[in-house]
Design a protein around this ligand. Sequence first.
Ligand code: UDP
Length: 188
Amino acid sequence: MGFPVDVITYNEIIKDLPEYLQSDKKMSAISVNPQIIVEGQNRSEIYEFIKKSTHRIPDGIGIVLVSKLLGGQIKERVAGIELMYRFLEYANTYKKSIFLYGAKPEVVADAAEKIQKDYPNLILSGRIDGYTDLSETEIIEKINYSKPDFLFVALGFPKQEEWLARNIPQLDVSVFQDVGGSFDVLSG
Ligand code: UDP
């Protein structure tokens, strides 16, 4: 249906991290799932955003099956939440910093607490809930003030993709991921 998706594994994405973390380059690890492909058909800004993203992950067994049916090379599903766990492990190992943006106030607070407990060596730079009264400019300022290595955005589709498309150029962050309902899962 015209959407680009990368033939990529968890390990390959993790292997790419130093290249981005040690330079001005920005990694955008974006989930390409059936919902995005269907609903993105009439939204050129979503399509352009996916096209420009550095890592378009095959998130959803539907994508893997369609690839197989069409003789494509995607063998393995890369789930957004699992990739987030791998990023958190990496941040924990190398003492990198993370920022959480999105979800209800109590959800993002619980997710932050859980992350800090499970990954004690990473630096939790900050969090902002997805219903904040802060303006977009204030959100950007707050994130840039703490210069996190990783920014996880959980506003649901298509808000999080639209937000990232607008704001990645202004953000002093190395790695971006759209994570949908992952903070809700993490917060239990
Ligand atoms: N969300 C948010 N602000 C909004 C709308 C949604 O922070 O204006 C959050 C919502 O609280 C949830 C997350 O976005 O934590 C994902 O929402 P949903 O499950 O609807 O998205 P999906 O995973 O289906 O993309």
